[in-house]
Structures are given as C-alpha cells and as structure tokens.
Design a protein around this ligand. Sequence first.
Ligand code: NAD
Length: 494
Amino acid sequence: MTTGHAAKAHDLIAALHTDLLIDGAWVEAESGRRLDVVNPATEQSIASIADGGEKDALRAIEAAARAQRDWGRTPPRERSEILRRAYDLVMARQEDLALIMTTEMGKPLREARGEVAYAAEFLRWFSEEAVRIGGDATMSGDGGTRIICTREPVGPCVLVTPWNFPLAMGARKIGPAIAAGCTMVFKPSELTPLSSFALAEILTEAGLPAGVLNVVCTSDPGSVVGPWMSSGLARKLTFTGSTAVGVKLLEQAAEHVMRTSMELGGNAPFIVFDDADLDDAVAGAMVAKMRNMGEACTAANRIFVQRGVAEEFSTRLAERMGALVVGDGTEDGVEVGPLVGTPALDKVEELVADAISRGARVVVGGERPDRPGYFYPPTVLADVSPASALTSQEIFGPVAPVITFDTEEEVVQMANDTAWGLVGYLYTRDVERGFRVSEAVEVGMMGLNTGLVSNPAAPFGGVKASGLGREGGRVGIEEFLEIKYLAVPRRTVG
Ligand code: NAD
C-alpha cells in the first residue's frame, strides 16, 4: 500500500464504529470478544471489531421487532428522504468508502469507487420506489364484492451478506427494506464488515430511527443468524451467499414459514459464436471474468468458444489478461488485487491443477507468485475438458477456462449442464440466434453482446440453485411487501 493511502485508510478505519449497532447504540459484544479484520493484500490486521454471539443477536432482533410498528407507519416520503440523504452522503464520501473497501477486501480502488456508486444507486432507486408503493381495486366476477389490495411491510427482516461486494450487497437489501417500511437485523460477512459499519453510520446520520437497522458481526455466523431465524420475531430472510449456506438457511426459514429472497452462487456460461465481433467478445470476457478478480457470482465461469475462433479468442484474451497489473489495490495502476484469503487461493490452485491434469493448456498465468498477500495471476486455460472440476464449481478467481464447441445445440446443452442458473453471456452478430439461444439458456439474467448485467434498475437474481426472488428493479421492493386484500360487499345505488 502506498504510504499516503495506508495512513489515510488507517485514519478512516480508526474513526469508524466497530462494535455492534443495537437499538441505535454502538455496543460491545456481551462476551467482550473481538475479532480481527485482515487486509488481504498485506495479510496484516487493520481493525478489531466486536464479535457478537447469541445474546447480542437476541437483543438485536428484539429491538427490530419493537421498532417495526412505528417504522411501518412512517410516511413513505419520510422513508424516501432518509434514503435520498444517505445516497448523497455515500456519494460525497465515495473516495473514503472506496479506500475502506479496498483495504478490507482487496479490489482495486477504481473498482471500489464503482461499487460505492453502484451501492449508492440502490439507495437512490429505492428512495424513488418508497413513494410509489401501489395497490389495486377490482370487482369479483359476480359483481358482489369490491376487492381492495394494499401492500404492507413484511416485518422485521434478517439480512445476511457475503464479503465480495462489501457495500453493494447490503445496500441492495437495506434500500428496499427501508423503502417498504421493514426493520432489520443485518449480519455482514466477518471478512469485510467495515464498509457495512460505514453505511450504518451514514444511514443514522441520514435520519434512520433507532432500532430500524441493527448490525451484528460475528466469527460464528450460526450463533447469530440461528437465533434470529428461530426467534419467531423475524418475518423475512434476505440472503446473499453460497448455495450451501443458503440451503441451510432455507431449512431454518421453514420453522416459522418466513418469506425468503435467496441470491446464491452461479456458474455463468460465456458463449462466443464464430460470427461474433471478436474485439467485443474479448472485451466482454474481460469484464465478465475479471470484475472483482473473478470473485463474483456473475463471473464467467465457463467460456465456450466456437471452434473456428477458439484459438484466436484464447490468444487475444491471454494478451489482455497477461497485461493486467497485479498488486495492492490501493496502488496506482493496479488492475487486479489479491483474493480474499488462503482457502480461496488454495481452491483456485487446485482447480487449475485439476484442469491441467485433464489436458488443459496454460496460455498465460497459472503460477502463484511468491509474495505476501493472497495473489493469483490472471490465467487463461485453453482446450479445457468439460469434465474438469472448474466447470462444476465456482472458480472465484482470475482464471478463464476456454472450452471449445461446434454447434448451437451442443453449447446450449453444455451451458445448462449445471445445477446453477444465475446469469449467462452470449456473443453473436446474428440477432435471431441471440434471442433463440438466450431463451434456451436456463438463467435469471442474460447478457447479449455485453459482459455486464448488474444494474440497480434491473431485476437481479437466478433460477435453479442460484436462488429465489429478485433484487433491484421495479420488483425489488415487492420482496419486502405483503399483499393485504380487503373484501367489501358491493351494493348498487337504487
Ligand atoms: P458464504 O455462503 O460462505 O457466506 C455468506 C454469508 O453467510 C456470510 O455473511 C457468512 O458469514 C454467512 N454464513 C456462513 N455460514 C453461515 C451459517 N451457518 N449460518 C448463517 N450464516 C452463515 O458465502 P461467501 O463466501 O461470503 O460469498 C461467496 C458466495 O456468495 C458465492 O457462492 C457467490 O456466488 C455468492 N454470491 C451471490 C450473489 C448473488 O447475488 N447471487 C452475490 C454475491 C455473492
């Protein structure tokens, strides 16, 4: 880290609240335990945060339950303006928030700035949705009943988020929850909690009342989320993370029949037909693969390239990948930061070794550098066998496996040969084929001649093992609303 950035990051983090936010107060964990947050570029501790447990969790959910009645009755315009003020504050502090994020998570500052703006946009988007919560009124078929439907907040929500987008994943849930009038208990990832603390501070400054947002971080997620789920006080779970943890939480949600929104893992196919604009396709693959160092649920995990252009595509992709500057994300010019930790690094190494043992050719990268920090170089593998382990697991690293295909039918079959269905990407100049193949790929989102689908105005989410529900877009707020139907007998005048 450059000395200037290191000093600034140190001061910013030292000024943050690092305890638990319960009922409007920042408090120590009951146990007094603390846990370290580590900078993945240096392997050094950058903060010590309160390590919550069961008792803290119960106090938090009780606070959220107490706050629900009044918060649910707050005028929509008031909720809207809190979100709008929070948007302004986040954008005013974009540079500071980006530095905190890079220091705890590793992504280059340029990307961190982008994530801050992306996160802020969810606050702005839902500030606009808060005052547009509609309902409808119809008549029964026999004309005898007025059917009046209104929308009410679901109630206290459990929010659980991953480490890979430390600010945006929280904002994508907190924005609609506030807009809908729900209170929250929020457990950010223990690996990257600082961005969430900063967001909670901003929301408080923007006027969010005590108890509406409670934040508990922990080294033992089950000891906090478990009590929330079994408390009977929470009405909804909104989770972003791995499918394995999501499945466990779905089982827990069954006990009290909670509403759920599940944003889970992905295994995105990135398909390039031989009629594609290859410059565009390579540029799109760089975005779909390398955003967040490949640590994204939307990351291109399997790159299918039609035989006629496979060699040229791999060579051009390797040129671009090999030219990327790897290093501490706070340093000028760095384009690829470290991975989040040793387990992530070991997994990437194992997946690459497995692919090579099945015949893959390393075009660029493939060797872990000998330096502190969890770094792995941008890597392109050609001639990857579809039987390789990396085609059925999330790589979550900067490794681009190129798999050759011949026909449209074959590639659709390979793209769908996975339990996941979050996102897919497709490059072709043939408009008809673009629609045809997009419709045939089993995913919740499809990028046609683009490597980026994330957009606060669009519904984000997957099918199959990638989850349930959608975040963002016009439907994002629906996940936090219940429909109430009022039946009124209808008699006519005279
Ligand atoms: P993870 O499932 O390990 O952790 C996610 C969250 O769940 C963290 O806050 C963690 O502390 C918590 N958690 C872990 N075990 C728990 C338990 N037993 N009970 C309750 N909570 C528990 O995932 P991760 O490694 O943080 O994130 C990477 C995963 O997230 C990948 O699978 C990625 O695809 C997925 N992801 C999905 C989306 C999406 O929108 N679909 C976005 C980002 C990441």
